[in-house]
Design a protein. Structure first.
Length: 389
């Protein structure tokens, strides 16, 4: 039987062809899967390690780009899981949030237990171009309306942790650092990414994680991604360890779980989330946050949606200019005298004075002055006349 002779040149060419087809198909697969929100785990791990990272990076960047324009409503409540099961929370908050590039508006209603309507309502709008934060407050127990112009945000905004799924905003005085935002933090630490397959067609992404509160830190965040839903993180765990400002050992550990997601504008968004957080400062406390998001819209926010005009009759303190006033129907200042808002030093404010009006006494004084001037002029005229003769 004759043995088939294969030319070495032909063999090398065949191997090169197979390799080139594989590499080309891998790149095509990577590009195609970016256009499809449903990616199977098996297809993802056919890619090389570099292509996997490239795909995740592009997916995260595309998500953040869309998050520059988003609107949603969210209900939130918080409790200590070591003393409560969450059924007896004293209050909950309702948020409506518009995000337009770096500007935003957020409406916050606080509902106490046993009530169906907010006992406290506030609106906060931040314009980075103007460099000011406008806030509006309306207690349910009063007809008075209060406004404030300042360079710090309303603390009620801090508790809206759904912002961690969006683009970071440069909010003055904000408690959230860039590392608190899930996708921003992941992209920032891309060089430390470690990607592994998990059961159930899931993917595990691990990366470095830290907080500015810790020194000599070491931290990791582990995300469980669902490739069939656009690589949306459905679980997360982070732990940091280090030294606090006093040199004492410090740690913090956080967990989140997405129990429901919604497909919006070709993007999967978390809709129901539970988060928990504990740290060494309060080892007997386990803070749990539950969020339910509705009415998510992407790309429909306009500039006017993030603009706050104070309603007529609002008592405004402008902490930047050091003045206080009431507003007319167009939100403009009118001459008035009001009581300073809570937490505002009256000595810093220059209250606008009411318009001066003439009274009867004013007219009497003016008449006496005119008569005295006439008498003085007459006497001066008579004196000069005598000297002339």
């Amino acid at each position: 039987m004759k043995r088939l002779k294969v030319s070495p040149l032909l063999l090398v060419s065949a191997v090169a062809f197979v390799v080139s087809v594989y590499c080309c198909s891998t790149k095509i697969l990577a590009n195609d899967t970016l256009q499809d929100s449903q990616v199977r785990q098996g297809a993802f791990f056919v890619l090389s390690s570099n292509e996997q990272k490239r795909m995740l990076k592009e997916m995260f960047e595309e998500r953040l780009k869309k998050m520059e324009n988003v609107h949603y409503r969210m209900e939130f409540y918080f409790y200590d899981a070591k003393t409560s099961d969450g059924d007896d929370v004293p209050f909950k908050r309702q948020y409506e949030h518009w995000l337009y590039a770096s500007a935003y508006r957020m409406d916050v209603g606080t509902i106490t237990k046993g009530s169906d309507s907010p006992s406290y309502f506030s609106v906060t709008a931040y314009d980075p171009l103007e460099g000011e934060v406008r806030s509006f407050f309306k207690p349910a127990s009063s007809e008075r309306m209060f406004g404030r112009i300042d360079n710090s945000i309303d603390p009620a905004i801090w508790s809206n942790s759904y912002r961690r799924w969006l683009n970071p905003c440069s909010l003055p005085g904000d408690v959230l650092s860039d590392d608190s935002y899930i996708f921003t933090c992941a992209l920032k630490n891309e060089s430390s990414w470690n990607i592994l397959p998990l059961d159930g067609n899931l993917i595990q992404l691990t990366h470095d994680y830290r907080s500015d509160a810790a020194l000599n830190w070491s931290g990791k965040r582990v995300l469980t991604l669902e490739p069939e839903n656009g690589f949306l993180p459905i679980k997360g765990h982070s732990r940091e360890e280090g030294l606090d400002q006093d040199g004492k050992k410090w740690w913090r550990e956080g967990v989140f779980t997405v129990t429901k997601a919604k497909y919006v504008d070709e993007l999967w968004m978390p809709q129901e989330i539970q988060e928990s957080m504990e740290h060494s400062d309060k080892p007997s406390f386990l803070g749990v946050t539950r969020m339910a998001v509705s009415d998510i819209e992407i790309g429909k926010v306009r500039k006017s949606d993030v603009t706050l005009i104070f309603p007529e009759g609002t008592e405004v303190v402008d902490a930047l200019e050091g003045i206080a006033y009431k507003t007319d129907a167009r939100g403009n200042a009118i001459p008035s005298t009001i009581e300073p808002l809570y937490d505002f030093d009256p000595s810093r404010a220059a209250m606008p004075q009411p318009e001066k009006k003439f009274t009867t006494i004013n007219y009497v004084v003016m008449a006496i002055g005119i008569v005295m001037i006439i008498v003085a002029l007459y006497m001066l005229f008579q004196k000069r006349r005598r000297h002339a003769f």
